[in-house]
Write a protein that binds this ligand. Sequence first.
Ligand code: HMG
Ligand code: MG
Length: 304
Amino acid sequence: GLPPRVRIHEVGARDGLQNEKATVPTEVKAEFVHRLAEAGLTTIEATSFVHPKWVPQLADAEQLFPRVRDLEGVDLPVLVPNARGLDRALALGARRVAVFASATESFAKANLNRTVDEALAMFEPVVARAKESEAPDDLVHVRGYLSMCFGDPWEGPVPVPQVVRVCKALLDLGCDELSLGDTIGVATPGHVETLLRALNDEGVPTNLLAVHFHDTYGQALANTLAALRHGVSTVDASAGGLGGCPYAKSATGNLATEDLVWMLRGLGIETGVDLGRLTATSVWMAGQLGRPSPSRTVRALSHQ
Ligand code: HMG
Ligand code: MG
């Protein structure tokens, strides 16, 4: 069966904007996050505390985060690759962070300047410190992203056991949630099912899993449905289908949140999202970026 409710993890402000060539002003980003919250999204990934030279577009994290952190009822996860990133995030009051691993050596090197295992070693003290507090209410929630779960632009198809190994390593570090990334959008539903089944067989609880699909080959919705049928109920998506990864050639936008909401609504699955408001937000953002949204649903609903 399908889950009655899906939690959408909105990544437009982070995954969506990290790859933009033109600098998006901090005020525009802040307004974007506020509008996403007004559209009913409750998990909005805000930015990354990474090296500013590696991702110049998010170099304003210190300026942006204070402008959004007081949003009522909204979780605002941020990416942190290492202890330095965690320090920066905690100093501003972040309560949710995400580390980001790779299932392949090529992408680990390109994205983090580390081998897969060196990257895991880099995350270890980050997760440990997030979990250090004695008071359960004080614990920082840690998401572990895993990129290249299906295919890699340098290495081709990625063997399932290789993915499972790093998933388990992230959970062993203490991550509260795991997001399975199809960074370059090459997955198809059968492959998704195979991976999810392999994770089950290895004892990874499905309720800890989220899926993160990019729509390069138009498969993101089909892949999402396969994951929902398997019991996954957290889905990453990006308003208007913004996105890409600066360190993965051929990565295009994420699954568009509007496309996702349209499908879920049709299935009678609750999301809490107001599709009209969300579409208006993506049309506004497209105007800021100077090009139309690639989302079919945004186009259909806005006659863009
Ligand atoms: P490095 O060059 O190996 O850094 O990069 P280092 O550890 O050797 O440190 C060098 C200098 O950087 C030091 O300064 C550090 O202090 C500084 P120095 O002492 O030389 O003056 N530094 C920092 N400054 C600010 N904030 C920091 C930080 N860390 C070190 N956090 C590093 C290693 C991890 C830093 C770098 O590779 C990096 O920042 N990578 C980030 C790449 C990234 O953000 N990629 C996009 C996100 S992943 C993604 O999009 C995929 C996803 O969507 C899922 C999917 O689709 O698959 C999540
Ligand atoms: Mg991504």
